[in-house]
Ligand binder design. Structure first.
Ligand code: HEC
Ligand code: HEC
Length: 320
């Protein structure tokens, strides 16, 4: 009996070793990607979306992010509720790009409490925040096909991230503070030398040939984001620009120094842009971010210092 089993056992062991060897010698693309990207999260592309009915909704969501103006801009084919910008202008590559203000951590962290509104926000509410502020427009009905599609896409993108985790490379980077205040005059020179050729002399951007949206989106003026938008805060603007502008730039190869990023942020955000009633924002005053430019504050620093810095004293005041 015993001598009959031995060859069979040996056969199994050898088979397992062979399978293991074959598996090890095949390339594992996911390992290579994480090596190249220093483990930054990057989102799946559109060809990863399935072609069943759920996939169709997800793909529509992705199209809405990429081409918001076509569907929902001033000449929108579905509704006319936003300023002609695309979500993708700020959430680059349909919200998949490392440090490109991507959506990697949305599915894993929402619903969540946000100090700006003082309430627990769903993904729908957060998306509508950007419609009302970054796209200076109106909110979408939560039950509309468009909102369902956008949320389905965002959830699909972040589906592999464990609950409450925020992988490296998601959102916007926090760049180093300067010792001094950011300087709009210096920023104007950066703007003229680096940004103007695409975004226009007056930051007005450039309409696309079809005229329903932008080839180069506006940076200020009537068609830009309003004063309640995230990019109106200097740290958000500077962090976004540092790793992404001039287009195309990525975090492996930034083109601007930290100083240039802060200064150009100061210049652009000192130009005129649409207003917004911010009365209900930041109901808890001491929860306002260091770079929120509208008082009252829980400290004694001026609105100007909260807008342009220097920020280090403000940050240290909060810790004490
Ligand atoms: C003008 C730039 C801009 C545009 C256009 C824009 N957003 Fe945003 N969005 C931001 C900024 C800035 C943040 C906050 C990032 C931060 O604080 O780190 C943000 C945050 C978000 C978040 C939360 C991300 C997170 O990880 O918490 C979602 C979801 C979102 N936007 C969806 C959208 C959608 C959908 C659209 C199009 C309808 C859109 N945004 C258009 C700038 C923009
Ligand atoms: C080569 C052309 C080009 C240059 C130069 C350039 N940008 Fe952009 N910028 C773009 C494009 C295109 C987008 C939209 C990206 C997308 O939709 O994929 C964009 C988007 C932006 C956005 C977010 C959308 C908005 O309009 O608010 C900001 C902010 C921005 N650029 C700032 C800058 C700054 C500051 C500079 C100079 C340091 C700069 N850009 C230089 C082409 C450019």
């Amino acid at each position: 009996m015993r001598s009959n089993w031995f060859p069979i056992l040996l056969f199994f062991i050898i088979t397992i070793i062979i399978i293991q060897k074959i598996f090890d010698s095949t390339p594992h693309p996911e390992k290579n990607i994480s090596l190249l990207d220093n483990s930054c999260w990057t989102g799946a592309g559109k060809y990863q979306i399935s072609i069943d009915s759920t996939g169709k909704l997800i793909l529509y969501g992705r199209n809405l992010i990429e081409n918001t103006a076509y569907y929902l801009g001033p000449k929108g084919t579905v509704a006319r509720i936003s300023n002609g910008m695309n979500c993708q202008n700020c959430h680059l590559e349909a919200g998949t790009k490392p440090w490109g203000n991507n959506y990697g951590a949305v599915a894993s962290t929402y619903p969540k409490f946000r100090e700006r509104s003082g309430m627990i926000e769903s993904i729908e509410k957060r998306v509508n925040d950007c419609f009302e502020r970054s796209l200076n427009g109106k909110s979408l009905d939560s039950l509309s096909n468009e909102m369902r599609a956008i949320v389905a896409y965002i959830q699909w993108l972040g589906k592999n991230i464990p609950k409450n985790q925020k992988p490296k490379g998601t959102g916007i980077v926090d760049i180093n503070f300067l010792q001094r205040a950011a300087d709009p005059e210096k920023g104007k020179i950066v703007f003229q030398q680096v940004c103007e050729k695409c975004h226009g002399k007056n930051g007005e951007g450039q309409l696309n040939p079809e005229g329903y949206g932008y080839t180069y989106p506006p940076l200020w003026g009537d068609h830009s984001f309003n004063i309640g938008a995230g990019l109106y805060r200097l740290s958000r603007f500077a962090g976004y620009v540092k790793n992404n502008m001039p287009d195309p730039t990525n975090y492996h190869n930034p083109q601007l120094t930290d100083e240039q990023a802060w200064d150009v942020a100061a210049f652009v955000n000192s130009q005129p842009r649409p207003a917004k009633d911010l009365n209900k924002d930041w109901p808890t005053v001491k929860a306002k971010p260091f770079d929120y430019p509208f008082g009252p504050y829980a400290d004694n620093f001026s609105e100007a210092q909260h807008k342009y810095g220097p920020f280090i004293p403000i940050k240290s005041f909060k810790i004490n």
